[in-house]
Write a protein that binds this ligand. Structure first.
Ligand SMILES: Cc1ncc(COP(=O)(O)O)c(C=O)c1O
Length: 428
């Protein structure tokens, strides 16, 4: 069957609503590499949209999942099983601060929904503050909290009420001038305006934030901003909820991005990388808060699936045993020190930012800050010709979402950056 026939066959059964990043048809994947039907190997710098943080089909994950499949695939909260505890105890060790109890679900959106249900339940308050440019998922609740692109909300109204959108501090694109201090201050002033004009803090259940804004452009906020947010939330009894769906599970070369900022959330959403590709997510919180959520207040059929939990426990073990956070940090340092020279070298590169292996390279029209999606598309096409898979982020798709797996080697990344740099040089 030709590639075109195969695409036609697929299109005949799938809604076009589902977007794809490439037309590659993959038959096998291992580590940082995927292999097409025709036997061509591609370096996967997308990690299946930020999921395979320890590489595809890690042998420890495959073995753990196979063993659990042989034993029992499903429970549906009818009976108890070991892999759930094995995972929960490991997660308790790696999550920030006093976080130590979990509710397991299937997807990132479900986890975010669960976080907000918990926040409303324990506070008895209606208001939720989310941030402009955020992406939290596709359910009604999550699209109501999502504003990275208007397409996620269009024709789905009415959305969830009592959601207030605050300003996310972006040191590169800050209305009062560039830099971390100004960006932090501007965003705090905006939040204050919400409290003075729209909703009093005592009516707010949760402030929901991505500690690194993902889909919105891989924006790293100033630590001072997150620290102030922590203070404001504690002062007013508001739950600080971190959406670590994309930034968590080693993506930033720490277990969770929160660690980079020295800020502990009250509640956290975890998904994507947690089980290396098996569907799993978690609402994570402190025992004090979790214990105020009574039986039946939330639930699931498939959440915390035994196979997914076994895969997740093995993922954590692999990261620890193979020192993948440390190894990733060394590669990240090399990548970032090279990339940080690009804005002064190439007019098309406006900004480079990132934590660990969660790195954004933003394209702009030369001499301006006007987003240039065309530049990303050209560089991405050049990379694909050279067997490198890149995906974008940013409201206008003008940012390279550079997310290699923690197992990518320095040599692999040097070659990838050579190709990307050549793509940039070819831009007119
Ligand atoms: C920060 C963040 N939150 C939530 C989600 C939603 O996750 P899912 O697609 O698994 O529902 C995503 C997905 O990209 C995400 O990046």
């Amino acid at each position: 069957m030709t590639a075109q026939d195969w695409l036609k066959r697929e299109q005949s059964i799938l809604t076009p609503a589902l977007g794809w990043d490439t037309n590659l048809r993959i038959r096998r994947a291992s580590g940082a590499w995927v292999e097409t039907d025709g036997g061509e190997r591609y370096l996967d710098l997308s990690c299946g949209t930020a999921v395979t943080n320890i590489g595809h089909n890690h042998p420890k994950v495959v073995a753990a999942a196979k063993a659990q499949m042989d034993a029992m695939i499903h429970s549906g909260c009818t009976y108890h099983y070991d892999s759930l505890i094995e995972l929960g105890e490991r997660l308790r060790d790696i999550t920030p601060g006093r976080i130590g109890k979990f509710f397991f679900s299937n997807s990132g959106a479900e986890a975010v929904e669960g976080c907000l249900k918990l926040a409303r339940f324990v506070t008895g308050r209606p208001g939720i503050i989310a941030f402009r440019g955020a992406f939290h998922g596709r359910t009604f609740g999550c699209v109501s909290l999502t504003s990275s692109n208007v397409k996620y909300r269009t024709r789905y109204r009415p959305l969830l009420p009592e959601i207030y959108l605050a300003h996310y501090p972006n040191p590169y694109r800050n209305p009062s001038g560039e830099g971390e201090d100004r960006a932090a201050q501007f965003a705090l002033d905006e939040l204050d305006r919400i409290f003075r004009h729209a909703i009093k803090p005592e009516e707010v259940a949760a402030v929901l934030i991505e500690p690194v804004q993902g889909e919105g452009g891989y924006v790293v906020p100033p630590a001072a901003f997150l620290k102030s947010l922590r203070q404001i939330c504690s002062e007013h009894g508001i739950m600080l909820v971190f959406d670590e769906v994309q930034s968590g599970m080693g993506r930033t070369c720490r277990w969770f991005a929160a660690e980079h900022f020295g800020v502990e959330p009250d509640i956290m959403a975890i998904a994507k990388g947690i089980a290396s590709g098996f569907p799993l997510s978690a609402v994570a919180s402190t025992p004090e808060l979790m214990d105020r959520w009574p039986a039946g207040a939330h639930g699931t059929t498939f959440g915390g699936n035994p196979v997914s939990c076994a895969a997740a426990a093995a993922t954590i073990d692999a990261i620890r045993e193979e020192k993948l956070l440390e190894k990733g940090a060394v590669v990240s340092e090399k990548i970032l020190s090279r990339l940080r020279e690009w804005p002064s070298r190439y007019k098309a590169v406006g900004d480079v930012r990132g934590l660990g292996l969660m790195i954004g390279v933003e394209f702009v029209k030369p001499g301006t800050k006007e987003p240039d999606a065309g530049a990303f598309n050209a560089v991405c096409a050049h990379a694909l010709e050279n067997k490198i898979i890149l995906i974008s982020c940013g409201p206008q798709g003008n940012v390279i979402r550079l997310i290699p797996p923690l197992v990518a080697t320095e040599q692999e990344m040097t070659r990838a950056l050579d190709v990307i740099e050549e793509g940039i040089r070819r831009l007119r």
